[in-house]
Design a protein around this ligand. Structure first.
Ligand code: IYR
Length: 328
């Protein structure tokens, strides 16, 4: 797999292909980043973009992880002291998960976002952006109740992080895309380059196959889960024998989250997947590619219960190092 293929595999969107191709061909000094609001422990949402960062490292990029303490504060996630404490604990979990320690720079937002230059540039962006635009950019990150001024400042700071961190490319889930589009539009107004970005898909809730898997609602998998927790969550997961299930009776779109977790979490991190089956049921199955597993689930060769057994096993392997690290 060449650098471009590795970087863009499993991406829902890249902005733009030409820019990413040029970066992939650039021999050195290229940098990608993701920002995370610090929260208790790493969960499957963090792991999805972390997988992408691992792809970037394998393609020769340097990687920055922004532990966005000021953003979490603006998003009402607790006192500043609590958030900062959480941020420090997250670093070790990212390393346990598989980010290459020698090539990952961890930066706290408050290390540079409170500096004079940053603050003045932020005010310059505030002058260039309508409230309505800032609010729209935030719609998928924070929704509901009445909008606070902090929610208008938040996406402008996220845009400004890109030049201040000196990175070439921003990675995030699809819910971050409007912030990155805002960054493309407004940064040139303060003489900064429009940034390149890459977005990972949203994965449906494990239990229902609807909506988006998140730590705040529905079923999620985190580094705190024991092997038994993982097995029971995966056993209860929605997994019809198709990658393209029908909508619910209420017309809500559904995905097959078991297949999605195989595609976006398991296959990128293992060379081959073995599904264990007793001899009388045909013996073990081995897959080197996600497509082959999906095709055999569709054809009936692979039973959902056996797919779930394998999924729990491989998720546990991904989570075990972080779980051990948390226990220290
Ligand atoms: N908005 C992100 C957190 C975040 C991401 C980046 I990239 C930043 O530069 C700053 C914050 C979230 O929703 O978690």
């Amino acid at each position: 797999m060449d650098a471009y293929e590795r970087i863009t595999r499993n991406a829902a969107e890249v902005v733009t292909e030409e820019e990413i191709e040029a970066l992939a061909d650039d021999p050195d000094g290229k940098r990608a980043y993701v920002g995370y609001e610090p929260s208790g422990v790493l969960h499957i949402g963090h792991m999805l973009t972390a997988n992408k960062l691992i792809d970037f490292q394998e393609a020769g990029f340097e990687v920055t992880v922004l532990l966005a303490d000021v953003h979490a504060y603006l998003n009402d996630k607790g006192s500043f002291e609590e958030i900062r404490h959480t941020a420090e604990r997250m670093r070790d979990q990212f390393i346990a998960y598989g980010l290459d320690e020698s090539n990952t720079q961890f930066v706290l937002g408050s290390d540079f976002q409170l500096d004079d230059d940053y603050t003045l540039d932020l005010h310059a962006l505030e002058l260039e952006t309508t409230l309505a635009r800032a609010e729209r950019a935030m719609a998928e990150i924070k929704s509901g109740d009445s909008v606070k001024v902090s929610q208008a400042v938040y996406p402008l700071m996220q845009a400004l992080d890109i030049p201040y961190l000196g990175v070439d490319l921003a990675v995030g889930g699809m819910e971050q895309r409007k912030v990155h589009m805002l960054a493309r539009d407004v940064l040139p107004s303060i003489d900064r380059e429009p940034p390149t970005s890459l977005h990972t898909p949203l994965i449906a809730d494990l239990g229902t196959g609807c909506g988006k898997m998140s730590s705040s609602e529905g079923v999620t998998i985190s580094m705190e889960d024991s092997r038994d927790d993982i097995e029971s969550k995966v056993n209860d997961a929605y997994c019809p024998p198709t990658a393209d299930p029908d909508p619910t009776d209420d017309g809500e779109a559904r995905e097959n989250p078991v297949l999605q977790v195989f595609e976006y979490h398991v296959f990128p991190r293992f060379d081959a997947i073995v599904v264990e089956r007793p001899e009388e049921y045909g013996g073990n199955l081995e897959y080197e590619r996600y497509d082959a597993l999906e095709a055999e689930l569709e054809s009936g060769e692979l039973h959902p219960a056996d797919a779930k057994g394998a999924l729990a096993e491989y998720l546990d392997r991904l989570i075990a190092p972080g779980r051990e690290q948390l226990a220290e």
